[in-house]
Every structure is written in C-alpha cells, then in structure tokens.
Ligand binder design. Structure first.
Ligand code: GAF
Length: 405
C-alpha cells in the first residue's frame, strides 16, 4: 500500500527504471522511449458500458510499462522483438507481412494495436521492446487494455502519428474485439487513456465522453481485493450477456437502454406481453437499475456521501450476482466479509469489479480502518476458501503517458 502520493509516484518511477534497465541488459543499448498506461478499477456501472450506460472507474497506480527503441541498423529488418518480463517470454512480430488475428498469447493485444495503426495508413518501423506490468494479469483490472493503450502510446512515439484521445481508446477497443475476440465496451480503454490524478471518471458510453469527478478524499480509500481465482469460460459468458441484452432491448421495442424504465421491464415480464424470457428479464433489470445506481452513486461521490455510495456498491453487487449471473462464490464471500465488518468498522460498501467470474472486489473504506480491514479480509477469506487474497488501495492515477521519448 502506498501511504502517500509520493510513495505511489516513487514506486512507479522505480518500476519504470527497472523496465528500462531490463531493455539495456537484453538489447545492449538504451531504450529511447518509455511509456506507461494504467489499469483501472470500476467503482460502479458494471456490464453497462455496452448497454448505453454510464460507468464510474478510476485509473489505478498499477501500469503496463514498455521500454523500446527502433531496431538497430544492423539488426534483423522488418520485425518487432518483444519480451514480457512477467511471463519471461519473447515474441517476434513480422512487420513485412499482413497482421492476422489468431494468436492466443499476450502478443495478440500488441498485434491488434499495430494493425489498427496500419489500417490508418501508418507504417510501423522495426523495433525492440520490453513489456512489464504491475497490473495483476487477468484479474478484472484491465491488464489487457493497459497493454493495448501502452502499445498505442509507444507507436505514437515511434511513428510520429499522434491520435486523439478517444480515437486512441477506440482503436484499442477494436484491437480487443478483433484480436482477443472479446466484444468489450469502451470502459477499460477509455479509463487507461483518460485517467487523471485525484479524479474519478464518469464515462457516458453513448456520447463516449468523460467527465472528471474530483476525488482526493483524505478520509476514504478505494481498496482492491484480488480473490486470486479466475473461472473459465469468461469470454463466452461475456458475449452471451451481450446478446441476451440485445435481444431483450429489441423485444422491449427500444433502440437504447436509456429509454427503458424499470416499469417497462416489469411490464414486459407480464404474461402475454412482449415476451422477455426469464433470463432476459433479469438481464434487463440489471441494466436499467445499474444505470440509475451509477448516476446516483456519482452524486454521492461528488458529495462525499460515503454511506450512500457504499449502499449502492452493495446493491450493484447483488444485482450482478442475482440478475446478471457474473459473480462467483469467492467474490460473494469477499463481499459478505465486507458487509460483516460493517460501516461501524470502516467499510462503507463493496462489490465485484470488472467482468466477473473471479478477479477483484472494490471496497470503500474509511482511511483509519484500512489496515484492520485488510487483516480481517485476509484471515476470513483464507479460512473460508483456503485461498490467500491480495489487497491494495489505490488513488486515481494519471492516464497513459510518455515517460521518456
Ligand atoms: C470487461 C470489459 F472489457 C468492459 O468493457 C466492461 O464491459 C466490463 O468487463 C464489465 O463492466 O472489463
């Protein structure tokens, strides 16, 4: 846990220096460019970024860092050489051929972004790179979006083609669709691009605009707890949720979830009405109630009303568990532990965050209780599941940027 803003920034600088040094020892020359792009944690507005909703994430003090340099004159032409520090794995991307989706590895996120630049008519020069990440991989904190956005930020430097912020986020979202096969919304890539210190982001997923919500609260922390479980079939389930929602919206006779009320959904559940099946009814109920909760929670955060914000976090979790079916026993246990600790011991609210089926919870915790809360969560979760959780808190961090170059 970083005790102060300076600790967080120091840790980030140290990590950037480590990745840069790794470049020097691997390739025998200094990196000319170093870029950093953060992961994110979503406070509320889950599974509604692809349902015309609003989401309220913050970029976190955990990032993907890439150190790179153009290939040396005498090096192998027409390829990008990559090395992942976390996976201890090298990869070569051939730049003298067409890029094609198909890879199953982390390299697909890089390839997807390279292809996005190519489709803009930008020529990619040969380069060498080291990739490092302090975002836990595959834990619902957007490690893949951070890698995509870091890659795009690197390519801006290497090619001289600068993208608009939304353009960059959307290019990265397309990389995720085309190369990872995940039909995601815009939240993760927007968060990694638009993040600002001391601000939450209210992202309007219809207009694709971002409003900064000040959050430099000295009295509460955003505590992230990794359940350290990942359940299979996540991607298939994600795509299934998307199509169930599309089908429900169509049956409701609307073109946007913004125009659907809870009364519409409830009516549609009556016999002989438009015929939402039971699953579609619950999906629809999650979408409309979560849109409403997100706007209400945004006001609560604006007003530093932590009790109300916390209640809405719990309500969001219940809806994701019961109506959207994207939680899992381990996440439910973490949220129950938070509820048991309770407001009187500093926990205002808690919920699963990100795509679900494992990964992390996010909790709103009074600062003076954070250490005690972490201790209780750790002991309790381990005794109930046999798994050690990982906890850290994060303030809102700066979005993707060039560290050197
Ligand atoms: C994943 C997706 F990538 C996001 O777009 C979002 O839908 C999220 O799951 C759920 O809110 O992170």
């Amino acid at each position: 846990i970083f005790a102060s803003a300076d600790d967080g920034n120091d840790a980030a600088s140290r990590y950037q220096a480590t990745v840069e040094q790794h470049f020097q020892s691997q390739y025998g020359r200094p990196a000319t460019v170093v870029v950093s792009a953060p992961g994110r944690v979503n406070l509320i507005g889950e599974h509604i970024d692809y349902n015309d909703g609003y989401v309220l994430p913050l970029a976190i003090e955990r990032s993907v860092v890439i150190a790179a340099a153009p290939a040396p004159e005498n090096g192998p032409a027409g390829q990008a050489n990559l090395y992942s520090m976390d996976l201890a794995e090298s990869a070569v991307i051939r730049l003298d051929q067409e890029l094609q989706p198909g890879s199953e590895s982390w390299v697909r996120y890089v390839e997807g972004v390279l292809d996005g630049f190519r489709q803009l008519g930008v020529e990619i020069p040969a380069f060498d790179a080291i990739v490092g990440s302090t975002v836990p991989l595959g834990s619902g904190l957007s490690s893949s979006a951070a890698l995509e956005v870091a890659t795009a930020t690197l390519l801006e430097q290497l090619t001289g083609r600068t993208l608009g912020q939304s353009e960059k986020a959307l290019l990265c979202q397309k990389a995720e669709h085309d190369y990872a096969g995940v039909p995601c919304g815009i939240m993760d890539q927007f968060s990694s691009v638009f993040g600002k210190e001391n601000e939450l982001m209210l992202i309007d997923c219809c207009s694709e605009t971002v409003e900064g919500i000040p959050f430099n609260a000295s009295d509460v922390s955003v505590l992230i707890t990794n359940s350290n479980v990942k359940h299979a079939l996540v991607n298939g389930e994600y795509a299934a949720r998307r199509s169930q929602c599309e089908s429900a919206l169509k049956k409701l006779g609307k073109t946007s979830w913004r125009d659907v009320t809870l009364a519409d959904v409830e009516q549609a559940n009556q016999k002989d009405a438009v015929g939402l099946n039971e699953t579609e009814f619950r999906r629809a109920r999650h979408v409309v109630t979560e849109i409403h909760r997100t706007l209400k929670a945004t006001d609560a955060f604006r007003n530093s009303d932590w009790e109300l914000a916390g209640e809405l976090l719990y309500a969001s979790h219940d809806s994701l568990r019961d109506d959207y079916d994207v939680s899992c026993p381990e996440l439910d246990i973490l949220v129950e532990i938070a509820r048991d600790i309770g407001g009187e011991n500093g926990v205002y609210g808690s919920r699963m965050t990100g795509g679900g089926f494992g990964g992390c919870t996010v909790s709103l915790v009074a600062n003076e209780h954070v250490d005690a809360v972490i201790a209780t969560i750790t002991t309790s979760y381990e005794s109930k599941t046999g798994i050690k959780p990982t906890c850290f808190s994060s303030r809102p961090a700066r979005g993707a940027h060039v560290v050197k170059g």
